[in-house]
Ligand binder design. Structure first.
Ligand code: TXA
Ligand code: MG
Length: 350
């Protein structure tokens, strides 16, 4: 299959036409990869079971891992769910469009192919003009997981999508680099108490400020690396770089000393070493391939670059990656959740 790559910018004169053409692909049951504010998505008509099945094929994704349905109008939430609790409406009013996904009981319009066989459906309204335009043009309900091959880091640039999906899907909308860089926060409203199933840049305290009590899935806590998480997708070994990755945690000075001594050992034994530091620390690492993930002064930059850096290391002759770790409050919690997964929970405390 030939994959057409279509550039889409805000002040493009042909924007409407391009979105219409992409919407046509979706309406006919085809796949279109598209940018959102979090990561690139791989979209299909969420109400068409055959179209949803194509997503699983293209990604090589296990079919029990449900998809997120993306909408472009808050009112459409009621069209695919049985009941929307008041607290969920409040969160939608506060954070939609934005990086928040909420889970509800689904109604009969949503096929089980889209929800991985579950009676619940995850819904999100993305904060990205091209994404919203595509959803509208495609009929209003687009199922989309991240547009990576299953097991790879989520794509944060169209180039990442091309590497994973070229020849497998008919169209990729190229909207440049994404703004946030890690996937949306997921809150489950299908139980008695709202529960965070995946941390993201909308944090627990931001949610609590709007609706009061919200729980954190036990499977997400650092103390429970073995407990299976509630979101089926969180249990797979995701975001894993080809090289082995080890995080080092502690005071900046000790972390740098430890990484340098580990790097020295590895180099001595002839192994290719990668190091993930920050704008502040990179110059203190004399050995290995050293990359800055961003600045500690603005943790949003760290989220934005994380997946791209993991992909870059995949292209290089590196057997082991030593990485600094980050404070796990605010967006740092989502960053550390993804980094710990990439590292298979290997962390050295100094
Ligand atoms: O930011 C995002 O959410 C991106 C962009 C494209 O919107 N999408 C994304 O989709 O990250 P995906 O498929 O890579 O991750 C969706 C996660 C998976 O862990 C899946 O198991 C979980 O959401 N999920 C979806 N529906 C669910 C449901 N009904 N119950 C529990 N977990 C669900
Ligand atoms: Mg994903």
């Amino acid at each position: 299959m030939e994959t057409v790559i279509v550039e889409i910018t805000d002040n493009d004169k042909q924007r409407e036409e391009k979105l219409k053409a992409a919407g046509r692909v979706i309406r006919q049951g085809g796949l279109v990869a598209f940018p959102t504010e979090t990561v690139y998505g791989l979209g299909a008509d969420a109400l068409n079971p055959q179209a949803s099945r194509r997503i699983y094929e293209a990604k090589g994704r296990p079919s029990d891992n449900p998809l997120i349905v993306h909408i472009c109008d808050k009112k459409d939430l009621e069209k695919i769910t049985k009941h929307v609790p008041e607290r969920a409406k409040k969160l939608a009013d506060k954070f939609w469009p934005g990086p928040l996904t909420m889970i509800f009981e689904k109604n009969d319009r949503v096929p089980l192919e889209t929800t991985g066989g579950l009676e619940t459906v995850a819904v999100r309204m993305p904060d990205h003009a091209a994404a919203l335009g595509l959803i509208k043009a495609g009929g209003g309900f687009i199922a989309a997981p991240s547009a990576n091959t299953s097991g790879k880091p989520s794509p944060t640039q169209a180039e990442h999508v091309v590497l994973d999906m070229d020849g497998r899907i008919p169209m990729i909308l190229d909207g440049g680099s994404v703004g946030i860089g890690i996937e949306s926060t997921i809150v489950d409203f299908s139980g008695d108490c709202p529960m965070i199933l995946r941390p993201g840049c909308i944090t627990k305290s931001m949610i609590q400020e709007v609706i009061g009590e919200v729980k954190m899935d036990e499977g997400l806590k650092d103390e429970n690396p073995k407990k299976p998480p509630k979101a089926p997708g969180m249990k797979y070994r995701h975001y894993a770089p080809k090289a082995k990755m080890i995080l080092v945690d502690g005071s900046q000075e000790k972390v740098q000393a430890k990484i340098n001594s580990l790097a020295k050992e590895a180099v001595k034994s002839g192994r290719g070493v990668g190091i993930i530091g920050t704008d502040e620390s990179c110059r203190n690492y004399p050995l290995g391939i050293v990359k800055s993930i961003g600045t500690r002064a603005d943790e949003d930059t760290i989220a934005r670059h994380l997946y791209g850096i993991l992909r870059e290391f995949d292209e290089q002759d590196v057997e082991i990656i030593y990485s600094e770790s980050f404070p796990s409050h605010g967006i740092g919690q989502a960053i550390m959740n993804r980094m710990l997964k990439a590292a298979g929970h290997q962390i050295i405390k100094v």
